[in-house]
Design a protein. Structure first.
Lengths: 522, 115
């Protein structure tokens, strides 16, 4: 048992990777066995993630070195004080992200078992989905910047293949190609940045880099390459164009996890700004850059969502808009970072709001994409102009949609309200205009989802959908878990903030603590 | 006990329980009004059919207001904004890349000037 507990970070990658490799083999022995296998692997991966998070949040950061038997071998005696091996550094910020990946990862797998039942090529589908989960978990957990790039590529390639999975007159393939091409170019830019840092500092370890970085002109170029690549991957305006294309064409369960994948990129962006360059960056300026990207994302995302006719494309634009809230909160936190009194009074509450919104968004946006998937599964269309009256036959789906829609619009007592309230209040003190924009965007979000609700669920039963049935049970259970958490986090927001969000925010602003966790000996 | 449910924002507080209680009270009031309605109403008869000045009821699909007809006033009022913003969403991957490089260049200028 101790061996398992001591090696949980390695299992976080090893379990889904094993799942990915063995799924095609197990698929040969029947659908039921394969479904059981993917559920088992997914459950084990999620439990591993939650166990690591629990351990970190109660006992402190974990530094896990691959290829050694003792913890004190993180820095080999002949390495000149540099941890040369691949390490996973999991502090409360990483733990926070792992919780999100664990919850959504299990729910989408449970959902997929039903939603993919009628489709062919399921062995490849689950293999790619496990690779996507592996990539996201690796991006979150690693303490090595080259390792981060490797996992970023794994998640990008698996994501692109999954976007193109459902061949729909070539449109899905085109969306997958766009996602893959942009991700690859972003990845190459990121790799160039890594090369610049390696050439100067002889290390790829993020903690060592953070302790040595000087902000030379080359460091600035590397920072810009990192920043732009990750901002593009998380769908910040004006680099968001790939998001509606990819999110709308991917199977809904995949879309729900692509949201988490984008959030892993967002985490990378925050780690670069707060930790890697934390000691040398002009945080006020870069904070404002993030704020501007956030405001643009919020506004352009929601205004582009309203006229959409494709429900998933509409939701994809809302994902861009909600990413704006996260950027706004975390940007205000970064802008206030260099002024201690401003950090405590405005920066930390805004940062907590931004981080809490990441978790809330993963839950309610995952839920919304899953409800859209149910509609497509049962009705065969995502076109809002063709849908209507589904509330008569799909009551549970309608209830889950209402919960998700109210949460994304920031209506109390759902979880979206709690995080938005933190963002509104703290940004109002920082700059009232930002807060007003955020509130207006929330109103527009509500208006947009009222339209979707009316178009899909209200009105008389349409003749073409008179025989439509409710979603299968596994899909309902997956949506039910997310809906339950949306309500739970809305009713007990302070507990979530105290247990997960505040430690994550504190860890993010404390970059010396991150360096010490690795170099100071654990 | 009440503190358990209270979110402290740093500038104020928010308690979801009060909202839930208010919501529950509204539901109860709604249920009371509904339960005091006409008991003899039979939904299976003519009373449930719409009366449209004596005209025949249109097909179900024809009376449902579709998504394309909603918020016409909003999009029309903001037509200038949409004429500006929509052309950026070309669907062309080369344009996506151009936007990415544009942001990278702007960011580089900002970082160098304000380092």
């Amino acid at each position: 048992m101790n061996i398992i507990m001591n090696n949980l970070p390695a299992l976080l990658i090893a379990i889904p990777l094993l799942g990915a490799i063995l799924t095609p083999v197990i698929s040969r022995y029947g659908d039921n066995l394969r479904n059981g296998w993917v559920l088992l692997i997914s459950l084990l991966t999620s439990v591993t993630g939650l166990l690591i998070a629990s351990k970190v949040l109660t006992q402190g950061s974990i530094v896990y070195t691959f290829g050694v038997s003792a913890l004190n071998e993180i820095i080999p005696p002949d390495s000149g004080g540099i941890p040369v091996r691949i390490i996973f550094t999991i502090d409360p910020m990483n733990a926070f992200m792992l919780v999100i990946a664990a919850i959504v990862g299990f729910c989408i797998m449970l959902y997929s078992v039903s939603s993919m039942q009628k489709l062919s090529g399921k062995d490849g589908f689950y293999t790619l989905l496990f690779l996507l989960i592996t990539g996201v978990n690796g991006m979150i957990a690693t303490g090595d910047i080259f390792n981060f790039f490797v996992f970023l590529e794994i998640s990008s390639l698996a994501g692109a293949a999954l976007v193109a999975y459902r061949i729909d007159k070539g449109v899905a393939a085109e969306a997958g190609l766009k996602y893959g091409a942009l991700s690859t170019i972003g990845g190459l830019m990121f790799l160039t940045g890594i090369g610049i840092l390696l050439a100067q500092y002889d290390t790829l370890n993020m903690a060592v880099l953070a302790s040595r970085i000087q902000m030379t002109p080359l460091d600035m170029i590397a920072f810009v390459l990192f920043f732009a690549a990750l901002a593009m991957k998380c769908g910040a305006v004006p680099m968001h164009f790939w998001t509606p294309d990819s999110y709308s064409m991917a199977p809904s369960a995949v879309t729900a996890f692509l949201v988490v994948s984008s959030q892993a990129s967002l985490y990378g962006l925050f780690r670069i700004c707060y930790t890697l360059y934390g000691g040398v960056l002009n945080t006020f300026t870069i904070g404002w850059v993030i704020i501007i990207l956030g405001v643009l994302s919020m506004f352009v995302g929601v205004t582009m969502a309203i006229p959409q006719k494709d429900v998933k494309r509409l939701m994809a634009y809302h994902a861009v808009s909600q990413t704006g809230y996260m950027l706004l909160g975390v940007g205000v936190g970064l802008a206030a970072l260099s002024t201690p009194c401003l950090l405590n009074s405005v920066g930390l509450p805004a940062l907590k709001g931004g981080l809490f919104h990441i978790m809330n968004h993963a839950l309610y946006k995952g839920l919304l994409f899953l409800t859209a998937g149910v509609i497509f599964y049962r009705c065969g269309t995502r076109n809002l102009n063709k849908l209507g009256g589904l509330g008569h036959n799909m009551k549970w789906t309608m209830i889950f949609f209402i919960i998700g829609a109210l949460a994304i619009a920031g209506i109390p007592p759902f979880n979206g309200f709690a995080s938005k309230l933190l963002i509104y209040e703290s940004t109002f003190i920082f700059n009232p205009v930002l807060s007003v924009i955020a509130m207006v965007v929330s109103i527009l979000t509500l208006a947009s989802f009222v339209k979707v609700f009316h178009s899909m669920f209200m009105g008389p039963v349409l003749p073409e959908y008179s025989e439509v049935k409710e979603a299968p049970k596994p899909m309902l259970i997956a949506m039910g878990i997310l809906a339950f958490l949306v309500i739970l986090f809305g009713i007990f927001p302070q507990q979530v903030i105290d247990f997960m969000v505040t430690p994550a925010a504190t860890a993010l602003v404390n970059y010396p603590g991150y360096i010490h966790a690795v170099l100071g000996g654990v | 006990m009440i503190e358990l449910f209270t979110l402290s924002t740093g500038y104020g507080s928010w308690n979801p329980v009060f909202w839930v209680i208010a919501f529950a009270i509204a539901l109860i009031i709604g249920w009371i009004i509904w339960s005091r309605g006409e008991k003899t109403y039979d939904s299976g008869r003519e009373a449930s059919s719409p009366y449209i000045s004596g005209n025949a009821e249109p097909e179900k699909g024809a009376v449902h207001i579709r998504a394309g007809n909603l918020y016409w006033g909003y999009t029309d009022a903001l037509s200038g904004y949409y004429r500006f913003i929509k052309p950026f969403h070309t669907g062309n991957a080369s344009d996506y890349l151009l936007a990415y490089l544009f942001v990278t260049a702007i960011l580089l200028i900002v970082v160098v000037i304000f380092r």
